[in-house]
Design a binder for this molecule. Structure first.
Ligand SMILES: *Cc1c(COP(=O)(O)O)cnc(C)c1O
Length: 396
């Protein structure tokens, strides 16, 4: 591989040149079954014809103007997202980290301007979770609850307090101890942090606590959003609506786009001059996202993700029953098509071993096999994934 690529990723020794549905093809034409979809990006599978058509038609019509002008496709997408999520307004970005940057800026300014906070808060502070992942820009890496992500980039951006995930008492304690708290930011399921999947009551308790204190509830749905967990947004499993929600990965089925959605007072914080992005929400990106959402709606892939998620969990519980009994497999968790299999020892080598069998998977938090298959995965393909992954775990 070229020495001219900056050395930011440990890459597997394979290069894909073509994709179709649940399959990727390497330079030799070998076919791989993709159970990772570019980390929860290509929910509709690779090169979905509806998205390809929308992008090509839009590219031939108008790719970019500027946020200095009205952008009909952006308005249509914002309307659609607000309709699906019960949020009020959207800021479009090009990535997840940028969507979270917008969320963090809204919380900062809210702390400086909201009547409830402006006289007592000098450093608006957000409670975030240990083992979280919110991105790689300076403020989002500071929000991230992982020392490895921080290392070498100090001083971090101030204004974040880390507490254990799934621990409401820790949140309440942190809020009691610090007068500067104005927001709480969590992922519904910790995608990078080992697929920690809290009880549905956890988000409800955070919602209630934020309402009591006037805090903004920020939900990072960058990995969980867009039908991935069997609902349009994972917060809907808990029947809650956050004040701010961020999206990116699955939104454009591979076309780069992110979004920061806000509701109520949070939606009115940013005014002209406060924030922006040259490319954010341009006609091409919005056309890709609109086609993605339309296809998912038409094919009811929200329900398909929920059903297939149950199918995967049951399949793994059956095929790994003896290893669960022996304690080698400690847990099978997740929601919808966000599936985690926790082993009792590190298993990062499974990624290469799966690649040798022409299957793409991932390992997070060292000992959790992570699967993020396409929402269009067939039952036969699911069976193949279950059997290959079970075999690999058994041979470990
Ligand atoms: C991937 C991810 C991000 C960062 O998104 P980028 O597009 O890589 O900047 C943030 N939060 C969560 C939960 C993610 O999974």
């Amino acid at each position: 591989m070229s020495d001219h690529i900056m050395n930011t990723y440990g890459r597997l020794p394979v290069s894909f040149v073509k994709g179709e549905g649940c399959y990727l093809y390497d330079e030799q034409g070998q076919r791989y079954l993709d159970a990772l979809t570019g980390i929860a990006v290509c929910g509709l599978g690779h090169s979905h014809p509806a998205v390809t058509l929308a992008i090509s038609e839009q590219a031939a019509t108008l790719m970019h103007t500027s946020n200095l002008y009205g952008i009909p496709k952006q308005e249509e997408l914002a309307d659609k997202l607000c309709d699906l999520s019960s949020m009020d307004r959207v800021f479009f970005s090009n990535s997840g980290a940028e969507a979270n940057e917008a969320a963090i800026k809204i919380a900062r300014k809210y702390g400086h301007t909201a009547d409830a906070f402006k006289d007592k808060v000098d450093l608006p502070t957000i409670i975030v979770a240990n083992k979280s992942f919110h991105g790689r820009t300076l403020s989002t890496l500071s929000a991230t609850g992982n020392a490895k992500v921080h290392a070498g980039f100090e001083p971090l951006v101030p204004g974040f307090i880390h507490v254990d995930f799934e621990n409401m008492d820790a949140i309440k304690q942190a809020a009691d101890d610090n007068d500067n708290v104005v927001a709480i930011m969590v992922e519904p399921i910790q995608g990078e942090g080992g697929l920690a999947t809290p009880a549905t009551s956890y988000l409800q308790e955070i919602r209630t606590f934020c309402d009591e204190k006037g805090f903004l509830m920020i939900l990072d749905e960058i990995q969980t959003g867009i039908c991935r967990t069997g609902k349009w947004f994972a917060g809907q499993h808990s029947d809650i609506v956050p004040d701010i929600m961020t999206l990116a990965k699955g939104l454009g089925n591979g076309f780069p786009i992110g979004a920061c959605l806000a509701k109520g007072a949070a939606a009115e914080v940013l005014v002209p001059g406060n924030h922006g992005s040259t490319f954010g929400g341009n006609p091409l990106a919005c056309a890709a996202a609109l086609a993605t959402i339309k296809t998912m709606s038409e094919q009811n892939l929200e329900q398909r993700a929920a059903d297939l998620g149950v199918y995967f969990q049951q399949g793994f519980k059956k095929s790994l029953a003896d290893l669960i009994q022996q304690g080698l497999v400690k847990d099978i968790r997740g929601k919808g098509l966000m599936i985690g299999i926790e082993l009792n020892k590190p298993c990062t080598e499974l990624v290469q071993k799966a690649l040798n069998k022409q299957l793409l998977i991932n390992v997070t938090a060292d000992n959790v096999v992570r699967l993020l298959p396409a929402l269009i995965t067939s039952n036969n393909q699911a069976d193949e994934i279950i059997s290959l992954v079970s075999e690999l775990i058994r041979d470990l």
